[in-house]
Design a protein around this ligand. Structure first.
Ligand code: HEC
Length: 134
């Protein structure tokens, strides 16, 4: 009886481990995005349009996740992968708009685009961060 219980626990542990996602590249990428977003906000507060444009472009052009990690996410999210990609796309578009607003020196458009970028980050996190967190 005791042996059976130990065996069950062991199998459960192995199964849980098999479902854990390991996304070191994505985690590093996210830390980069955080730094870029902070830089963008700081530049906006100082009305430093060139620095804002650079930070926004860095967000828009963040590196792609490596194939293995994209597959791992796909494996967890399955059909919901489309929604994940949509958040990624929305954040990308908003960051491009932020860069454009910076280049146009349009403070109102900058504030609006910044909000949209942040909504992109938060929207994806609300839906997926906990499930994909290591
Ligand atoms: C398409 C989905 C998606 C978008 C868009 C997104 N994130 Fe993330 N983010 C994630 C996922 C998934 C994790 C969990 C990754 C992990 O823990 O390995 C995460 C984790 C993070 C973390 C925590 C990293 C750590 O050290 O634990 C930070 C910070 C972060 N994101 C910042 C951002 C910022 C800033 C933006 C917007 C510019 C953003 N993210 C947009 C999916 C997204």
């Amino acid at each position: 009886m005791k042996f059976k219980l130990t065996l069950t626990l062991l199998l459960l542990l192995i199964a849980a481990n098999a479902f854990a996602v390991d996304l070191p590249g994505i985690k590093t990428m996210m830390q980069g995005l955080e730094a870029d977003l902070n830089r963008a906000q700081s530049a906006m507060l100082k009305q430093d349009a060139p620095a804002l444009a650079a930070a926004a472009k860095a967000i828009a052009q963040h590196p792609m996740a490596v194939e293995a990690e994209r597959k791992a996410i796909q494996g967890v999210l399955k059909a919901e992968m489309a929604k994940f990609k949509e958040w990624d796309h929305q954040t990308h578009e908003a960051a491009l708009a932020l860069a454009q607003a910076a280049e146009a020196n349009d403070a109102a458009a900058q504030a609006a685009a910044y909000q949209r970028v942040l909504q992109g980050c938060l929207g994806c996190h609300a839906a997926f961060q906990q499930r994909l967190k290591q």
